[in-house]
Ligand binder design. Structure first.
Ligand SMILES: *Cc1c(COP(=O)(O)O)cnc(C)c1O
Length: 358
């Protein structure tokens, strides 16, 4: 067990809590407290503390600002109808955090310590978990290299912190299929690179293509593999699934794809329902052909923020291909209802995925 020192926010340090739970903007309002913990190559992890939310003080030579050693996670705390709070598969996030850390030459944090400190923070800020069905408290554990030094090598000092923010229902305006733009000009990640780590540089690398897509009126970019620009990898910052005939197809975790918790959950549920799941390479040509022939019945992205994001149109080399007449597919809806039902404690937790906090 870690000793955690708690300094509660006083009246003046408390933050205005958004009252209108129908209009919570993602990532804008942060809760009263944050968790911090320091690492030093000689001392290991130490000085675990919960303090009022506020600015960090960093040396301008802090290595993350130069060499990009920074990783994060994203998960949510859900409030059930009876008022209790729970997490969905947090162990998967802690495990992935440590995989990202190893890839970026950063220190790992014992998953039990990660759970303990998150639980403590959530209890301190329990009132920040919004109440309306579909809302949640988004949790952002982060690690950055803070050693003040120039010169390319792994840092010797790190800061781990967790901030949280109440977020609205992703589909406040309904479960609408999005239009996606296939880029064969830009790539997100390359096998052997850092695409499978949740590291900051991947998001910086994705911005330009996302802006190009947005200017053309698309919501997300469909990423192809970096070498042949043929194999489908991800959509925006989500994993991607296709229903082709009565088979569920998703690209394999080949090294340039982020191993999503939602991806893994969809695969488990599909298998449990007796759906055939193939983790296999899928080319953009197969996507286009099956979309045109109607063999592709559904396409959707998966991620913590949206859970399931149905795709209605795919734009590739100046042509638009419509999926399922631009409508939400039956499986997309079924996966969404099942996962969200488990997250809010309304459906039976058959896989033991839920972790109660209060
Ligand atoms: C976080 C992320 C995902 C989705 O992961 P979940 O664990 O399902 O939220 C997929 N792709 C990328 C690039 C991501 O950063």
């Amino acid at each position: 067990m870690m000793q955690i020192h708690i300094s509660p926010a006083n009246e003046g340090q408390r933050r205005p809590k958004p009252q209108d739970e129908d209009n919570l903007v993602f990532g804008k309002h942060f809760s009263d407290h944050m968790f911090l913990m320091d690492y030093d190559i000689d001392k290991g992890w130490h000085n675990a503390r919960i303090i009022p939310y506020g600015s960090l003080s960093l040396d301008p030579a802090a290595m993350v600002l130069h060499y990009g050693q920074g990783i994060f996670e994203g998960l949510k705390a859900y409030r059930c109808a009876d008022g209790t709070i729970q997490l969905f598969r947090p162990d998967k996030n802690f495990e992935r955090f440590n995989r990202s850390a190893r890839r970026m030459c950063m220190p790992e944090i014992d998953p039990e310590v990660q759970m303990q400190v998150l639980e403590t923070l959530l209890k301190v800020d329990a009132d920040w978990v919004p109440r309306k069905r579909g809302t949640s408290l988004y949790i952002r554990p982060t690690m950055i290299a803070v050693e003040p030094a120039l010169g390319v090598r792994p840092a010797h000092q790190y800061l781990y912190y967790i901030i949280t923010c109440p977020v609205g229902a992703y589909y406040a305006e309904g479960f609408n299929p999005v239009k996606i733009y296939v880029t064969d000009e830009y790539v997100r990640a390359v096998r052997g690179g850092v695409g499978e780590a949740k590291t900051m540089a991947n998001y910086a690398a994705s911005l330009y293509a996302a802006e190009v897509a947005k200017k053309k009126g698309f919501t997300q970019v469909l990423w192809l593999d970096a070498i042949e620009r043929r194999y489908v990898e991800e959509v925006g910052t989500m994993n991607i699934f296709f229903r082709i005939g009565d088979e569920l197809v998703t690209p394999p975790l080949s090294g340039s794809i982020l191993p999503g918790v939602t991806r893994d959950s969809v695969i488990h549920i599909a298998k449990h329902w007796g759906i055939k799941v193939s983790e296999r390479p899928i080319t953009i040509d197969e996507v286009i052909e099956t979309a045109q022939s109607g063999e592709m019945k559904e396409c959707f992205g998966t991620g913590t923020a949206a859970v399931i994001s149905p795709v209605g149109e795919i734009f590739y080399r100046d042509k638009t291909y419509v999926v399922n007449n631009g409508k939400v597919g039956e499986w997309s809806k079924r996966f969404y209802d099942e996962i969200v039902g488990i997250q809010y404690g309304e459906k039976e937790d058959i896989f033991g995925w839920v972790r109660k906090i209060t």
